[in-house]
Design a protein around this ligand. Structure first.
Ligand code: SF4
Length: 289
């Protein structure tokens, strides 16, 4: 069997190039995209399809729910615990590599691309925290970083890897052109970097018992109201919100008007507050009480 590499794959340009840098050396590359209430694997799926490489989704919801309660390395600008999040993802990949016989784990991280989470020190810290520092290769910046075990063992040719750093995208665009890959638009990023979503999540985290994965998914939709110290109401703004709320509200109290089209309301918390939710739904449906 040849050399095998398993990559953390967002489906963005950098992760695509990282995969192709290894594939072009004859390495068997497989890709994995993480999914949780805060990010989806959709873009990774599409990117892997474009590259025609084997792909899997890894749901790391449980790890993220635990991590968000107390990230050892702290949060970024919003509720994004990027250092520990990355380390956790690489820990999972390292475990899979050990179980399934991969020789390398890799990512499309670029040194210096993000001031806090992707400077050289952070990349080293993430590698250390992951528990697999010797296996973790960053092909785009490899020549700037400490030599890894697969490079040392000659499983991957370090000379053919890159020394890209910083926020500029030119070297990546050039490589994308050489490889003939189409850049998939950014977007569908991590909600933990979105200030509006994080305002909602903070409220959920502050009410005992409400910080669950299901609720973290629900609050992606609709207007959100604090109905009391321990309860939240969500009211759809449009059809998309209503569909989103209805698809996720299985174990919740919901309310819609029977007599006319209007928003869907969802109650998270004390059932006694249903009248308040009904009032909100009526108000946004334009019904006078
Ligand atoms: S942006 Fe989100 S998914 Fe990416 S490392 Fe940070 S917390 Fe994790």
């Amino acid at each position: 069997m040849g050399v095998r590499a398993l990559g953390a794959f967002s489906g963005g340009l950098d992760s695509m190039i990282a995969a192709l840098l290894l594939k072009s050396q004859g390495i068997e590359v497989e890709l994995a995209t993480f999914a949780s209430p805060y990010y989806s694997s959709e873009k990774g799926y599409r990117g892997a399809e474009q590259l025609d490489l084997p792909w899997r989704e890894i749901d790391n919801t449980d790890e993220m729910m635990t991590l968000l309660k107390n990230p050892p390395s702290g949060f970024g600008k919003n509720l994004n615990p990027c250092i520990d999040c990355h380390a956790g993802m690489f820990r999972i990949l390292g475990d899979i590599a050990a179980a399934e016989g991969f020789d390398i784990i890799f990512s499309g991280e670029v040194a210096g691309q993000r001031p806090m989470s992707q400077n050289k020190n952070s990349l080293n810290r993430v590698a250390r925290l992951s528990g697999y520092p010797e296996l973790l290769l960053r092909p785009l910046s490899a020549k700037l970083l400490k030599i890894t075990d697969p490079e040392q063992r000659g499983l991957v040719n370090r000379d053919l890897l890159q020394s890209i750093s910083g926020r500029g995208r030119k070297p990546q665009m050039k490589l994308a052109e050489e490889y003939g890959i189409q850049y998939i638009n950014p977007g569908g990023g991590c909600l933990l970097t979105d200030p509006n979503y994080c305002d909602r999540l903070r409220i959920l985290m502050e009410i005992p018992g409400l910080f669950t994965a299901g609720n973290a998914r629900l609050i992606r939709h609709g207007r959100m109201f604090r109905l009391s110290d321990d309860s939240i109401g969500l009211v759809g703004r449009d059809e998309k919100d209503n569909d989103g709320l209805e698809s996720l509200a299985a174990d919740k109290i919901t309310f819609t008007l029977e007599e006319r089209p209007g928003p869907t309301g969802v109650l998270i918390g004390d059932p006694e507050l249903l009248p308040e939710l009904i009032e909100l739904v009526k108000r946004y449906a334009g019904v006078r009480s």
